[in-house]
Design a protein. Sequence first.
Lengths: 366, 72
Amino acid sequence: MLSEASFARLPEGKKLLRGIREMELPGPVCLMEVCGTHTMAIAKAGLRQLLPEGVELRSGPGCPVCVTPAGVMDGVLALSETPGLILTTYGDLMRVPGSTPGDDLQRRRATGADVRWVYSPMDALELAQAEPDKQVVFLGVGFETTAPGTALAVLEAQRRGIKNFSLLCLLKRTEPALRALIARPDFRVNGFLCPGHVAAITGAEAFRFLPEEYGLPAVVSGFETGDLLAAVYALLAQIRDGAPRLENEYTRVVSPQGNPAALALMEQVLEPVDSVWRGLGEIPDSGLGLRKEFRAFDAADRFSFSPGQRVENTGCCCGAIICGQLNPQDCPLFGTACQPEHPVGPCMVSSEGACAAAYKYQGVEL
Amino acid sequence: MCLAIPMRLMEIDGNDAVAEVDGVRRKIRVDFIKEPKVGDYVIAHAGFAIERLQEQQALDNLEAIREVADAL
Ligand code: SF4
Ligand code: SF4
């Protein structure tokens, strides 16, 4: 698509950047992005380094891998040892450790657990069909972007009568997490770069609560460098003018009301449940679980899944990073004990975790 | 896994489709796209097309950005 390239190499990029740098702001500004793909795109574009002094860009709870707590990973690791069970997962989860350093799905697989990497929940469903004598569990992490496809896999399992398929539903919702973050006494973010692909499903309107209830500027943004520059400019202009509102920079994908077919499917299969986040703790209604009619496909019921209560004791600061309190470079393990080849925490594992992005594109500041 | 990228629909068979980006082809589902057509660009994520890319909106958006930038 021609226009996609135009956003990547926006001819107006330089002007926007100058506008950003010369903007007269009422004081220091901290913007937050809440999407792993934004984290990565920002790091790749080197945007943080281009911003003027007094304008900071932090990563929030935007990566579903990073926000999954260690105790849940402990439960997942234990589940993987169930005889006759194939655990299927997105690649990102393979190396997320539980509360014991170095204990991850990759290691469990090396010692005999049947753990397989899939690209889509539909792959897991097909595997279940091909291996009727095994139990196939899909680890369903993700936000609203991922939830409709996950829901569809369950619906298809029901339609096709694939009884050996089940879902460990670890899906999360964006809005309750943002509200929990804003409610923290140490919250000091002045505006949100809203996640374009979450908004593709939920609609841009799902972020209207930010300006209307909290007086916080909110701009839904795409993922090309031009998108990011336009969105950061728009956020700063709102802050300069003291006029917080909702703007949609990513209109080529995001409509005000979202994707009705995807939303209807989520509604049919899933319902809000309380959920625990790394760094943020338990937040009411911040997760998605299977509705009663689909409980037969709930791996948590089928295998009496119980997340452990233990927290990581590794010195990893991912929790604080997810909440925007710290930057990756503030972690004493960053780049030393913790590197992509031997990650200590999830933010270094997942390709778009804040630490991995910072490591890959900025190197280590010594 | 959250990575979502623009892909072009090359073949469609009911809710199954083949999409392409940079010469790489993948099977994706198009259940969430209203009346998908070969040649459409979609945002693909974890095996599903989550939305269609609207060329006209893209052009309008570029125009809007241009206006902002030109006023600087
Ligand atoms: S690292 Fe993986 S799970 Fe986390 S935001 Fe990126 S793609 Fe999503
Ligand atoms: S650098 Fe490693 S240990 Fe430190 S917060 Fe990031 S992932 Fe955790």
